[in-house]
Ligand binder design. Structure first.
Ligand code: PHE
Length: 342
């Protein structure tokens, strides 16, 4: 038995020296210490020894086994340590390396204008309502007293989806939805996207408007004037002036176009390219809601009156921030947008 154990010890030395990883250790354990292993096999040979020799031989094998087990355990912790070190080396972090900068976005200028206007109107008790971008002929035109031969219905301006279905050309159909569903009196503003088949430095096929509608008893043009004056001062500066010019919209009567004193030259107009020397810049259209629109929506125009206005959000943003081409707002050029970071 001694001989056998010596031979086995030599095999063990060799096998242990070759162990490099957990998998090798497992194999080592199975080969020498496991149920089907070499040492168990030696134990089984015990039966072939004469009875009186068995205790001594058995003891010899047992202490040999313990010794091997101890060496196995030591190797086990060494391998664990080695594997951990290798892992640390593999995953080491160079803490002196410069970090990866994440770019932080900014609100789009049109979003800034929209938020500001909604805030101003909410402060005056207006509700905020978002209409729909796809409208039917009735809401976009007919109910707004826009007769069939009106140029706004021209196929060149309007993106039609079907004969009577289109991308809204303005936010004014929101007026009809409000009149149909809200109980007067009410005040509401409706910001949103609008679409027209138009494309040059100051027009894009998609742009943004904000619609305002007040329905109450005894609303007059003076109320509109006061309201829009507040709006202009909030958007530009406290000394901004407003000017009303007569205009025409089928859905308001009388209709006005509203100018603000030029934010570039302060209203003097002298050599100013922005207002082309006039001192004034047009920012929106509005008026007293046409009696026919009120009647179209089932309200009594002798009892209920209203005022409405529609302003271009992109246009206000361009004026406020000195942007001369509307496409700068939509090309997604980060160097433009970056300038609006707070
Ligand atoms: N909808 C008109 C436009 O797009 C603006 C407007 C709105 C005019 C409300 C009067 C009243 O030009």
């Amino acid at each position: 038995m001694k001989e056998k154990l010596r031979a086995c010890a030599a095999q063990i030395d060799e096998a242990l020296a070759a162990v490099t990883c957990g998998e090798d250790l497992k194999q080592f354990h199975a080969r020498f210490l496991g149920k089907g292993g070499v040492i168990t096999a030696l134990m089984k040979e015990l039966g072939s020894y004469p009875k009186e020799e068995r205790p001594a031989v058995g003891q010899m094998i047992n202490s040999f086994k313990e010794e091997v087990l101890a060496r196995f355990k030591a190797m086990e912790s060494e391998v664990a340590l080695r594997e951990m070190q290798a892992k640390y080396e593999r995953e080491s972090v160079d803490i002196t390396m410069p970090g990866v900068a994440h770019s932080v976005g900014a609100l789009h200028p049109t979003s800034l204008i929209r938020a500001k206007l909604c805030e101003v109107f909410a402060g005056m008790g207006f509700r905020i309502y978002e209409g729909r971008e796809i409208e039917d002929d009735y809401h976009n035109f007919t109910a707004l007293n826009t007769p069939k031969d009106h140029p706004a219905r021209d196929k060149q301006d309007t993106f039609y989806i079907e004969d009577d279905v289109m991308l809204r050309t303005h936010t004014s159909p929101g007026q009809i939805h409000c009149l149909e569903t809200m109980k007067p009196p009410f005040k509401v503003v409706m910001p949103g996207k609008v679409f027209r088949c138009d494309d040059d430095a100051t027009h894009a096929p998609m742009f943004h408007q904000i619609e305002g509608l007040v329905i109450d008893r005894h609303v007059t043009l003076c109320d509109l004037q006061g309201l829009l004056d507040t709006l202009a001062k909030a958007m530009f500066t406290d000394d901004t002036k407003t000017r009303f010019r007569p205009s025409y919209f089928p859905f308001t009567e009388p209709s006005v176009e509203v100018d603000v004193s030029c934010c570039e030259c302060g209203g003097t107009g002298e050599g100013c390219r922005l207002c082309k020397g006039t001192g004034w810049i047009e920012i929106l259209g509005g008026g007293v809601v046409n009696r026919r629109v009120i009647a179209n929506c089932g309200l009594d125009p002798d009892e209920w009156t209203g005022l409405a206005f529609g302003a271009g959000l992109d246009r206000i943003g361009m004026l406020k921030y000195g942007i001369n081409n509307i496409h700068l707002l939509y090309d997604g050029d980060k160097s433009v947008l970056r300038q609006f970071k707070k």
